[in-house]
Ligand binder design. Structure first.
Ligand code: FAD
Length: 304
């Protein structure tokens, strides 16, 4: 938009790291805007959809984007290909999972990410793939914390980690997750990004708990626009995030068109409330679609 002419429109954006985009170094207070994509599952149509959405979302000058990675490295080459292409245009975070991997193969992937132009890695454990349920026991790297260490030992990349407003499904309680976050920070992680969630309290409780444990790094809320209610309900179930009963009831009693309006109004209000509550930015799960992601970004006043 006219007020922010060329600042965010240079080839790969003005920021080198997520920390910079969040103003950790400069003291900038403007919330960041970023989008998550996943590598297409091979069909040309899906790839076309990804790149059309990417181009549309680049129009609002996000600060960075991220690309997911299949647990077990199933889509390593596709993920690297997507990351390499995006990194030419904008600062790109490569998600990396370590479940089932060896130290050597994971270190090689880290170097491939660096060569692909990535400046930041979201270091994740991942969940065991369906075809290899024992991967957690057989792999050399057992937790994201070990991956944070490995990224630091083998590259100069900035490292981010996952955070869970609704508590990680394997964790006994939020304090445990917060202790793990603090250990990741001590190992060199400089920001966290959250799993999807649906209330501002879930986010503020997480930030407060993390702070008590000494994890003071910025925690960027991950927001899933409720554009396609049925799809979001499925994803919420998979991640263990609870959809508020009142919202669920309204969605159930609505036609598809009404459900979209209800869901998007809810998502935009949540985005605004998160910013008002002090979130350092918003990371919007685009699902490789641009319309709903743009509506939330615009509704939250984050488009440039
Ligand atoms: C923003 C975001 C992006 C994601 N992107 C992807 C993706 O691209 N691909 C993908 O496959 N998955 C992705 N995930 C899902 C993630 O891989 C799973 O949620 C996984 O179950 C946990 O990953 P983690 O990095 O938090 O693991 P970990 O940090 O290893 O935690 C796993 C469990 O172990 C516990 N734990 C860890 N370390 C310790 C310790 N030292 N002592 C005691 N307990 C410990 C934690 O509390 C937690 O319960 C993403 C999640 C988020 C939030």
């Amino acid at each position: 938009m006219a007020d922010f002419p060329l600042l965010r429109k240079t080839a790969a954006g003005p920021f080198e790291t997520v920390s910079e985009a969040l103003g950790v170094r400069s003291g900038k207070r403007e919330p960041s805007l970023s989008f998550e994509f996943f590598p297409p599952r091979d069909e040309a149509e899906a790839a076309d959809q990804l790149w059309r959405s990417f181009d549309a979302l680049m129009e609002v000058s996000p600060d960075f984007v991220s690309v997911t990675y299949g647990a077990g490295g199933s889509n390593r080459e596709t993920s690297l290909g997507v990351v390499e292409r995006m990194a030419k245009e904008i600062m790109t975070i490569g998600h990396l999972t370590c479940v089932g991997g060896s130290r050597a193969s994971t270190a090689e992937t880290i170097n491939r990410f660096e060569d692909a132009g990535v400046h930041s890695i979201l270091a994740l454990r991942g969940d065991p793939p369906k075809d290899n349920p024992g991967a957690l026991q057989t792999g050399e790297l057992r937790s994201a914390l070990e991956l944070v260490h490995l990224v630091h030992q083998t590259s100069n990349l900035e490292v981010g980690v996952a955070a869970f407003p609704e508590v990680h499904p394997e964790s006994p309680h939020m304090e445990h997750d917060s202790m793990v976050l603090e250990m990741k920070q001590a190992a060199g992680a400089s920001y966290a990004m959250t799993q999807l969630f649906f209330t501002v309290e879930a986010y503020t409780d997480l930030v407060a708990s993390a702070k008590v444990a000494g994890a003071t790094m910025p925690i960027i809320p991950g927001l899933m626009p409720v554009g396609n209610a049925a799809k979001v309900v499925r994803m919420a179930e998979m991640s263990g995030a609870a959809i508020p009963a009142e919202l669920m009831k309204k969605l159930e009693n609505a036609s598809d068109a009404e459900a979209r309006i209800i869901g998007m109004d809810y998502s935009i209000q949540l985005a605004r409330d998160l910013i008002d509550a002090g979130a350092p930015g918003l990371h919007i799960f685009s699902l490789n679609l641009s319309k709903a992601a743009l509506e939330v970004a615009r509704g939250a006043g984050l488009c440039r």
